[in-house]
Design a protein around this ligand. Structure first.
Ligand code: ARG
Length: 633
């Protein structure tokens, strides 16, 4: 993986000149940069331009039919009245090269293809030298020793806190919680793969008036027996019943509010009083109230822990609104009050954001009329608390887009407090809706639906899945297929588009799906049969066939694709890329199988094995970055 080794490899191809050096170019992690640099060098020689200008005029070809690299000729900044003419001229002058075939002049674009004869000779050793690090800049999360603070406690890795999932105790596990779980988990995996220290944090909705309402429900509908049998389902059941009972009171209150009449009286009676009274007791530390609440919370966490584990998700901390430090809450209020941002209105304490220069944000209450804290106040304090606890470089909140303005309020409040630096390290990663979830109300329903869809597909075609271990231990092969299916369905969609939950689709082998990804990864492993090919003296001649060449051309881009995914914290691009490889490899493996049956080409040719192994590495590494666990390892 050293520059010398790479240089040696290229010399074997007949490239006498050392790799031309360019800044912003990293030939040791991105093979595309090798081609990019040599192409720039050729342009310097035939167009007499500045090296960096030549380098910057080259871009990726967006469509593989149009080559691998694309020289945008006007960007070479050569004085000419006819750039098309110049392009044709450059194509003619383009020398014989061990890396490129002769380019195509296409308008003002010079379209350059990698030479299929040398591509495998560069790329296969390149990938095999790097193995599980191919494509992944594992040092991206390391602090630059030159610029990092001398403070030894800061450590050498950067730290990110990823807050995700965060369901509410006693309530439905909504599409938004599902998406947050899946997105948060790939964001955490991406950072881990890139060498960051990652703290996974679940900020449970375990505090607030709705817990008071749940308690009111418990006294009427709660059953210890049902709770023990299926805690999350029973709590939800209790909650739905009390909500039903509460609805008329709420409607009466909302009517008054809409008529701009006083709601204080109605809120001091009935279930309102019971709900708020219970929550007030919780906030005041009442032992009985807290005992009941603790029981709900502890058992819910235990249940979630098991469900998350089934999804390959673990949390380093089950935080929650209830756990936010009281002293820090008081500190936040004191600072805001001191600086004149907190004002009293009608018994509650609020910030009038508009008044303080935040035009898009309206008034928000921090402490309510009954003296209890709000969601907003707890969140502001939680940010301060986590910063002190973890000293993170970045914290990502993976929360639905509907809470955009809530996060704007948190961030604005931190700025008001004089914590601009903390604010600059916070990011709200938002997402749109998950639709078509149907009757599912709990995470266990969602997991169950996905896994049984996988089971049905596998059981209906056992021969096809023969290479997968038929284990009866949990998680079974079908269980893992189901989870990958769920993950991949989320990752196929950009965060700000809606996802459509469809159990049938996620396990179909005919479309891009988690099942398809796992299936072909498995077929590839089966074809390799554990062979680790020796790259000495391979006969690469076989690999010039178009199917193989195209696969190699795609694999060259892998590091750049991973980098893009990490930068944008979007999985779509990387996953779509992995499916391009899956599509290609499925054709190759099936063709080979047909040929074998017809008594054709021997399948043990070393070069072919080397290619398959590097395809496997790319798929494996890509899945690793996304946190998708291969069923066949
Ligand atoms: N429990 C909240 C909900 O279900 C999500 C929490 C989001 N995180 C936060 N720091 N506010 O809507």
């Amino acid at each position: 993986t050293s520059l010398d080794a790479l240089q040696g490899l290229l010399e074997n191809l007949g490239l006498e000149d050392p790799i031309p050096p360019f800044t912003s170019c990293d030939v040791l992690t991105r093979p595309l940069d090798i081609f990019h640099s040599y192409l720039a060098d050729i342009l310097v020689k035939i167009a007499y331009c500045e090296p960096q200008v030549a380098y910057d005029a080259i871009q990726w070809a967006t469509d593989m039919n149009n080559g691998d690299l694309d020289v945008v000729v006007p960007k070479l900044r050569i004085k000419t009245t006819d750039n098309k003419e110049l392009t044709r001229d450059l194509a003619e002058k383009f020398p014989q090269s061990s890396l490129f075939s002769l380019p195509l002049a296409d308008g003002i674009h010079l379209r350059v293809f990698f030479l299929s004869k040398s591509l495998p000779k560069v790329l296969l050793p390149y990938i095999h030298d790097r193995k599980e690090t191919y494509g992944i800049d594992t040092a991206a999360g390391l602090r630059d020793p030159a610029t990092s603070s001398p403070d030894a406690s800061a450590g050498t890795r950067k730290k990110v806190v990823v807050e995700f999932s965060s369901p509410n105790i006693g309530a439905k596990f909504e599409g938004a919680h599902l998406r947050s779980t899946l997105i948060g988990s790939y964001i955490a995996s991406m950072h881990e793969a890139h060498g960051w220290d990652v703290v996974r944090l679940n900020y449970l909705g375990d505090w607030g008036k709705q817990l008071g309402l749940l308690a009111a429900g418990w006294t009427r509908f709660g059953s210890d027996e049902l709770f023990a049998a299926d805690p999350l389902r029973h709590l939800l059941d209790v909650y739905l019943q009390i909500e039903e009972l509460f609805r008329p009171e709420q409607e009466a209150r909302d009517k008054l509010r809409d008529e701009k009449k006083d709601t204080a009286e109605i809120e001091s009676q009935g279930l309102y009083a019971e709900r708020d009274g219970f929550f007030k007791k919780m906030e005041d530390g009442d032992a009985d109230a807290l005992a009941l609440w603790t029981k709900f919370r502890d058992v819910s966490i235990e249940s979630y822990r098991i469900l998350y584990a089934a999804m390959n998700v673990t949390f380093d901390e089950y935080a929650g609104e209830s756990q936010v430090n009281r002293d820090i809450i008081a500190e936040v209020e004191a600072t805001l009050r001191e600086k004149g941002f907190l004002e009293e209105s009608d018994g509650s304490w609020l910030i009038d954001y508009k008044k303080h220069g935040h035009k898009g944000l309206s008034t928000a209450i921090l402490r309510g009329r009954t003296g209890s804290t709000t969601y907003l106040l707890r969140d502001i304090a939680a940010a301060v608390e986590r910063d002190r606890k973890y000293a993170f470089d970045k914290m990502v909140y993976v929360v639905k887009a509907e809470q955009e303005s809530h996060f704007q309020r948190i961030f604005a409040a931190l700025e008001m407090m004089g914590l601009a630096d903390l604010r600059s390290r916070l990011e709200h990663v938002s997402f749109a809706k998950c639709v078509d979830l149907g009757e599912t109300a709990l995470l266990s329903d969602i997991i169950g639906t996905s896994q049984s869809a996988a089971r049905i597909v596998i059981e209906s075609d056992p021969d096809n899945y023969a290479s997968f271990p038929a284990t009866t231990a949990t998680p079974t092969t079908a269980d893992r297929f189901g989870i990958a299916a769920l993950q991949v369905q989320e990752m196929l969609v950009r965060r700000n588009n809606n996802t459509h939950f469809s159990a049938d689709r996620m396990v179909s082998l005919e479309v891009s799906s988690g099942a398809r990804l796992q299936y072909w990864y498995g077929r590839l492993c089966a074809a390799l049969q554990g062979a680790t090919p020796d790259l000495e003296d391979l006969d690469y001649a076989l690999l010039v066939e178009e199917d193989y060449t195209n696969l190699l051309r795609v694999m060259t881009q892998f590091p750049d694709i991973v980098q893009g995914a990490f930068r944008t914290m979007e999985a779509t691009g990387l996953l779509t890329y992995l499916f391009r490889i899956v599509d290609q490899i499925s054709v190759i493996l099936e063709d080979e199988e047909d040929e074998e049956e017809a008594g054709g080409a021997s399948s043990s040719v070393g070069a072919r094995l080397a290619l398959l192994e590097s395809v496997r590495l790319v798929l494996r590494n890509g899945m690793g970055v996304l946190g998708v666990e291969p069923v066949l390892v």
